[in-house]
Design a protein. Sequence first.
Length: 319
Amino acid sequence: METQTALKKMPRGAKVKELLLKNFAFAGLLLVIVLFEILTQGRLLGQKNLLNIFNNFFTIGLSAMAFTFIMALGELDLSVGAIVGFAAMAGAFAAKLSLWLILPAALLAGLLVGALNGLAIAHLRVESFIGTLAMSFICRGMTTWLLNGSVGVPISMRAFDANWVKIVTFVVVMILLYFLYEHCAYGKHCRAVGASSEAARQSGVRCKSVRTMAFVLSGVVCGLVGFFTLIRGCTASSGTGNAFEFDVLLAVLFGGMPLSGGWTVRFRSAVIGAVAMAILKSGMSLTGIDGMVQQVVQGIILIVVVTLSFDRKNAAVIK
């Protein structure tokens, strides 16, 4: 009733925008499915292509769910793709010692970079846009220098790329992150800091620790994505995870997540947006759209969703 009353008091243009924002995620997902189902003549949701959609959804979805905590803070992480590549490299080098060290090495590498991001942003007060962009350059440079081409792992590691392993992994991570975000104090603290850092601090929230932990969490999940990326291709190269951060960013925005952070950031937006992004990428590939043109399309979509979700009353959406 309160929502309906508020909508009645709004000007017509504001009503339309409010309705678009509330239903953007589901409408966008439906539009993507219908559009590419028509363009691909029914091949999009065919049995052969569903596996491709799932593989895209698996990696984007994992990172998008962890990215939710950073978005709730009103921050950005542009080092996601670089962390995936760095973690894959760490796993590949660890495989030379023991195959059992691949996963721990990838997770540890992600944790390390995430902790450095948190240190720079929360304690050194570097803006997240600049800090994570700089970290992306550092990780990419180190990955290219240390790999000097590419490093492979035994093809037997593909046994861990089985669908049931990825499904179980995704469900477990989703349950843990959902519980942490929706039902634990930490998730509420992230949204409180994103809504008003000063008010949260005065309420006793340790803002620096909350920010640091969000980037550490994102780094660890990126390490996990790096592990699965490595065992799927059985090789790590300087191009591993390239532009992955933009897939994740577009996914959360496509899901209706606002850049301004705060209490309006919903966990479900990450999952819905990841599904839409996976279908979008698969659909464009099926229709034969060139890789460069796909980037153009993604750029246009990014501008549209930011235009719809951007809160002009809050100038500091990128902190």
